[in-house]
Design a protein around this ligand. Structure first.
Ligand SMILES: N[C@@H](CCC(=O)N[C@@H](CS)C(=O)NCC(=O)O)C(=O)O
Length: 339
């Protein structure tokens, strides 16, 4: 692997700062930014390693958008030109015809000085990047793409619960989703300790809530659960060791471990997860914190498939809707990435 510290943008500074997404156009039902929702027009580019991109993978599955929004999966290991399509034949994305995601960024804006990040949505006809705004993409899939949702798709961002969902997500983002990164990329002791303590304080606060109720807000799966899940599913595999968030393991918190397993075993969640991509990306790409690039053998992921008994709390995973159907054959996670 070359370009060891790509993907570390912003990580070498004294205080870890996550840059704002630069391309924030929205794909909407009314097309007000010039990008109307349209079946077959756009391609979602992800890395299965990336928690921010994985939100979009889960949403797309739950909402049944696979036929409307096609999927490109990048190699989990970036090189010095960032995300690349080396998992595809000839190292080219078969739909966009490009070798690097940066080519879609360049088509949108020449000499763009920022990093190339996933998730990204690319306009297939023009080959231009539309958005890399990871905070907005899933909200728009839930609320703007409704005409293309499958029958029985859940409402992941119900209007009546938005204030509560937003409040929970803000805390989860600050302390947990991004907190693990602030701990992992801290360059002094104080900064690390504050971030790491914040991660566990927030998880400790969420624990009694999730002991009482099956999901974070209301009695169905919402956007808030998707965002917490994508961090929890990486917790023991990479955040506990590589990012030093090691006050306890997820498997040692009975409530959160059962909550995460429940979601993992819900169609649309676990079937998007590739532990092999996750581990290789974090341990091999962040050479600043793991200079040898050695990927640990553990932990044993088989526990993800054990019974969780969360049905006893009630809750209706999909509300009045239904679970999504099976994964498309070409999108199945390879056996080495599964528990
Ligand atoms: N778009 C955001 C968040 C998405 C994000 O950080 N994705 C990571 C992968 S987990 C990425 O693509 N990093 C490469 C980079 O930022 O250069 C950002 O620019 O920081």
């Amino acid at each position: 692997m070359s370009g060891g510290d790509v993907g570390n943008r912003g990580y070498g500074r004294k205080t870890f700062t996550r840059s704002k997404s630069h391309f924030t156009d929205r794909i909407t039902a009314d097309g007000r930014d010039g990008w109307p929702v349209e079946a077959g027009r756009y391609r979602l580019v992800v890395s299965r390693a990336c928690p921010w991109a994985s939100r979009a993978l889960v949403s797309r599955r739950l909402l049944g958008l696979e036929n409307a929004l096609s999927l490109a999966v990048a190699d989990p290991i970036q090189d010095d030109r960032s995300w690349r399509f080396t998992l595809d034949a000839d190292g080219r994305d078969p739909v966009l015809g490009i070798r690097f995601l940066s080519e879609a960024y360049d088509r949108r804006e020449t000499d763009y000085p920022g990093g190339v990040s996933v998730p990204a949505i690319v306009d297939v006809p023009s080959g231009k990047l539309v958005t890399n705004d990871f905070q907005q993409i899933t909200l728009d899939l839930a609320t703007e793409w409704t005409a293309l949702h499958r029958q029985g798709a859940p409402d992941l961002y119900p209007r009546a619960l938005r204030d509560e969902i937003d409040e929970v997500m803000e805390d989860v983002y600050e302390d947990v989703n991004n907190g693990v990164y602030r701990a992992g990329f801290a360059t002094d002791q104080e900064e690390y300790e504050a971030a790491c303590a914040g991660v566990f304080q927030r998880l400790d606060l969420l624990t009694p809530r999730l002991a009482r109720q099956r999901y974070l807000v209301g009695d169905t799966i919402t956007e808030a659960d998707i965002r917490l899940f994508t961090t929890l599913v990486r917790f023991d595999a990479v955040y506990h060791g590589h990012f030093k968030c090691n006050r306890w393991k997820l498997t040692e918190n009975e409530v959160l471990w059962a909550y995460a397993r429940d979601l993992f075993q819900t169609p649309g969640f676990g079937d998007t997860v590739d532990f092999d991509h996750i581990k290789r990306h974090y341990y091999q790409v962040h050479t600043g914190i793991n200079p040898t690039g050695i990927v640990p053998l553990g932990p044993d992921p088989s526990g993800w498939l054990t019974p969780h008994h969360r049905q006893l709390l009630g809750g209706r995973p999909f509300g009045d809707g239904t679970p999504p159907g099976p994964v498309r054959a070409e999108e199945e996670v390879r056996p080495q990435g599964r528990p």
